[in-house]
Design a protein around this ligand. Structure first.
Ligand code: PEP
Length: 250
């Protein structure tokens, strides 16, 4: 009942030429993948060119960040309306790299999600515990705090427009994937909390897993009942690799 969503987070990688070459190679590889949502999140300067290259395809465009203000004196920032104007369907917010390296709080992430929904750009809200938090048995407290804080302003009638990405920080870019059991346990916790918060609409929110997802491990992760997709960094940079992830059922 929840349509799988596989998203590529390119982080700060690729030139215009490399991005165009990716899309040219990637689209034919995923032309048959019509039962999943496929999303590419290039860096800001590539949104326009990747959006143009994706035109007419079913692959959606996403940004990796947004500023909550509508416009104004925010040097270096990008507003939700600008993303909508460029054809972004989704935007990643609250990625652990932004939380850790740029000090983003749950309240700031919440204001970004609100700004995006106002422009009908669907937020992919990232949450996840560090290794230290997991080893000191604080995983569920951290997930609850991040989830509640980051979604605090989302009304129940917009809940199904939100995607949550559970990304254990210790699994991002480390090659160390959460076992399917660990991932499912966290996803089930998140699902229960979403149900408490949004009622039936909480069942419709898609929860992606992120953290060293690769063609070799995506299938077993996606077979877990509460894992509805993947947010993929390193393995999304090559068309063949990301297309194998998109075809996880095959
Ligand atoms: C990410 O950055 O969201 C991510 C999951 O990265 P990787 O797949 O490289 O671990």
């Amino acid at each position: 009942m929840r349509r799988p969503i596989l998203a590529a987070n390119w982080k700060m990688h690729k030139t215009k030429g490399e991005a165009r070459a990716f899309v040219e190679a990637f689209l034919p590889l995923v032309a048959d993948a019509d039962s999943v949502d496929i999303v590419l999140a290039p860096p800001f300067p590539l949104l326009d060119c990747v959006g143009q290259a994706l035109a007419g395809s079913a692959v959606a465009l996403a940004s990796q960040n947004v500023h909550p203000a509508e416009q104004g004196a925010f040097t270096g920032e990008v507003a939700a309306g600008m993303l909508a104007d460029l054809g972004c369907r989704y935007a990643i917010v609250g990625h652990s790299e932004r939380r850790a390296l740029f000090g983003e709080s749950d309240a700031f992430v919440a204001s970004k999600a609100t700004a995006l929904l106002a422009r009908d750009v669907l937020p992919i809200v990232c949450i996840g515990e560090t290794l230290e938090e997991r080893e000191s048995d604080r995983t569920f407290d951290v997930l609850r705090t991040q989830l509640d804080g980051s979604l605090i302003a989302v009304p129940a009638e917009r809940a199904a427009d939100v995607v949550v990405a559970y990304e254990p920080v210790w699994a991002i870019g480390t090659g160390r994937t959460a076992t399917p059991e660990i991932a499912q346990e966290a996803h089930a916790f998140v699902r229960a909390r979403l149900r408490e918060r949004f009622g039936e609409a909480g069942e419709r929110i898609r929860i992606q897993y992120g953290g060293s997802v690769k063609p070799e491990n995506v299938r077993v992760l996606m077979s877990q009942p509460d894992i509805d997709g993947a947010l993929v960094g390193g393995a999304s940079l090559e068309p063949e690799s990301f297309s194998k992830i998109v075809h996880f059922e095959v």
